[in-house]
Structure formats: structure tokens, C-alpha cells
Design a binder for this molecule. Structure first.
Ligand SMILES: Nc1nc2c(ncn2[C@@H]2O[C@H](COP(=O)(O)OP(=O)(O)O)[C@@H](O)[C@H]2O)c(=O)[nH]1
Ligand SMILES: [Mg+2]
Ligand SMILES: [Zn+2]
Length: 290
């Protein structure tokens, strides 16, 4: 059996790349298509190369899924180190609550994360300055890029070096365009923004794991605008807001939820070391999970 990584899944086939970079279009055993073991992009697998010329069988049969280090449900991807939350500054507008949702899930899976605000070219300087005020003490790196002008492309390239990242965010924010700017030659399909609804069409239909020449890999994914929390208890949520970490111990109540309790050290810091918008998302999520 050979070992490889699933880099694409479409039409009943799983594209697998072995350690030499050779690509195989594989079928998979039935048990690897359902439930927890359902194969996804990023999975490491063992497969049997197909030596017959029967095209229906593809180039091989995946026999075994190797243990995952982590797993994101949305976008569905396994074994990544880092989440790049990509949003546009405009067209479509940045959805900061969705950003927080993705960051909570990244924390849950112990991924490092950063935020990339693309389409910098569409927003005048003074608007960007106003935004800087709004994201003061934001607990994750925030990059501003323009895939169109090339602004910030070096910064994001540096962030991707040497690790496996997943690009996630709504459709139309420029994930694929950014990747094309990071590595001309990828030729990823990109979409046009619908003029009526100012939202992207889903041009990227399947997640795809790409190898970068600068070192590192990245998964481009289709967009999504909804993200539910499953398997998170309200009492766990604060642990997924890293900016609360050093404060939680100072709350008067040991099991403080940081909502209405007196003597809450987290609430005392809102608007200071805790970003107001982020705390708002925390409170909103607590209600949603309650
Ligand atoms: N003005 C501007 N348009 C961009 C930028 N990046 C992407 N776009 C446009 O946004 C649309 C959606 O891009 P696409 O990469 O398909 O978005 P994705 O769905 O997130 O992969 C396309 O029309 C791109 O040309 C940018 O930095 N500035
Ligand atoms: Mg895309
Ligand atoms: Zn508290």
C-alpha cells in the first residue's frame, strides 16, 4: 500500500498525492464514504495502486484512513495547522460575527488563526482608519490585502510559509483570487460578484489542497455564510476567547460566565484590553448556546 494525502474529492473520486508529488485519482472503500471516517481533503490515507487498465476503477483504491490531527466541519478539511479567515472590506461587507464563529471553531481544534481583510483597494483610507479603531486589541493578527493591486500579498505569503492553512470565508471575498496572486500559475477559477445582491457566486465548488512554491500548503474552499456551533457547551465558550485567558482567574465567581455576574474581571476590561465587538459576539453566542 502507498501513503498519500487527499487533495480533492469530486464525482466519487478522491485525488491523492503521494510523497513524491505523484497524483492518483482513487476510489475508496464504502466505509470511507460515510460517517466519521468519510474522507475529506487533507486526509492521509493508504491506497492500493490499480495496475489494470480499467478506467472505472481509477488509479487506485483507498483502503485506510490514517489518524487525523484535527478536523474542521465547515469547511470540511482535516490535518490543517492554521485557519485563514478571509473577508472583504467591501463587496461583500465584512461579517465580523462570522469571523468570531470561525475563530471559536479554530480554537476548539487548536489551530492558529489570522484574519485577512481583502479588497483594500475598494475602501478609502479614512474608512480603514475608522476600522482600525473598531478592531483595537483584536486578539488575532489582521492583515489587509488587495489581490487586485498586490498590496499585502507579501505579508500573507509569509504567513502561509511552512504550514498547512485553510482559506475560509464567504464566497466572493477573493479567496481564490488571493491564492492566484500569491502564486501566479495556480489558475484557480474566480467568480464575478452579482451586481444585484453584491454577493459572490460559488465559483470554487470543491475544497482543494494546493502546494505553494514558497513552502507550505493551503486549502482553497467554497464559501459559506452560516456556521453553527455543535458540541460546544456554554461553559466552554470562554476558553475559546483567548483574550479572556489572563482575566478569567480574577472573576469573583469561579464559574463566572462573564455575562451578569458581579465582580467579573472580563466585563471590567471590555473596551479596554477586551475588544468591545468581540465581547458582543461572546455574549451573543452564549445566548445562542443557552
Ligand atoms: N476590487 C477587488 N476585487 C477583488 C479582489 N480580490 C478578488 N476580487 C474580485 O472578487 C470576485 C470574487 O473573487 P473570488 O476569488 O472568486 O472569491 P472567492 O469566492 O472568495 O474565491 C472576483 O470578481 C474577483 O475579481 C480585490 O482585492 N479587490
Ligand atoms: Mg473561490
Ligand atoms: Zn467573569
Amino acid at each position: 500500500l502507498l501513503e498519500g494525502t487527499v487533495f480533492k474529492a469530486a464525482g466519487g473520486f478522491f485525488s491523492v498525492r503521494d510523497e513524491n508529488g505523484k497524483e492518483y485519482r482513487c476510489r475508496a472503500r464504502g466505509m470511507l464514504k460515510r460517517g466519521k471516517a468519510a474522507l475529506m481533503v487533507g486526509d492521509r490515507v493508504l491506497f492500493e495502486p490499480n495496475l489494470s487498465a480499467d478506467q472505472e476503477l481509477g488509479d487506485g483504491m483507498i483502503e485506510k484512513l490514517l489518524p487525523r490531527t484535527n478536523l474542521l466541519q465547515r469547511p470540511p478539511v482535516a490535518n490543517v495547522d492554521q485557519l485563514a479567515v478571509v473577508m472583504a472590506l467591501k463587496h461583500p461587507d465584512c461579517d465580523w460575527q462570522l469571523v468570531s464563529r470561525m475563530l471559536v471553531l479554530a480554537e476548539k481544534e487548536k489551530l492558529s488563526a489570522f484574519v485577512c481583510l481583502n479588497k483594500k483597494d475598494l475602501v478609502p483610507e479614512d474608512e480603514r482608519l475608522a476600522l482600525s479603531g473598531q478592531i483595537e486589541h483584536y486578539p488575532y493578527p489582521v492583515l489587509c490585502t488587495s489581490a487586485l493591486s498586490g498590496d499585502g500579498i507579501e505579508d500573507i505569503t509569509a504567513k502561509l510559509r511552512g504550514v498547512c492553512s485553510v482559506f475560509a470565508g464567504p464566497s466572493g471575498v477573493g479567496k481564490s483570487t488571493l491564492l492566484n496572486a500569491i502564486q501566479p500559475g495556480l489558475f484557480l477559477k474566480t467568480g464575478s460578484i452579482s451586481n444585484k445582491i453584491k454577493r459572490g457566486r460559488h465559483t470554487t465548488r470543491q475544497a482543494e489542497l494546493l502546494a505553494l512554491e514558497s513552502g507550505g500548503t493551503v486549502v482553497d474552499t467554497p464559501g459559506f455564510t452560516r456556521l453553527d456551533f455543535t458540541g460546544i457547551e456554554p461553559g466552554q465558550l470562554a476558553a475559546y476567547f483567548p483574550e479572556f485567558d489572563t482575566l478569567r482567574g480574577d472573576c469573583s465567581f469561579r464559574n463566572c460566565m462573564h455575562i451578569t455576574e458581579p465582580g467579573c474581571a472580563v466585563r471590567r476590561e471590555v473596551g479596554k484590553s477586551v475588544n468591545t465587538m468581540r465581547y458582543g459576539h461572546y455574549a451573543y453566542f452564549i445566548e445562542e448556546l443557552g
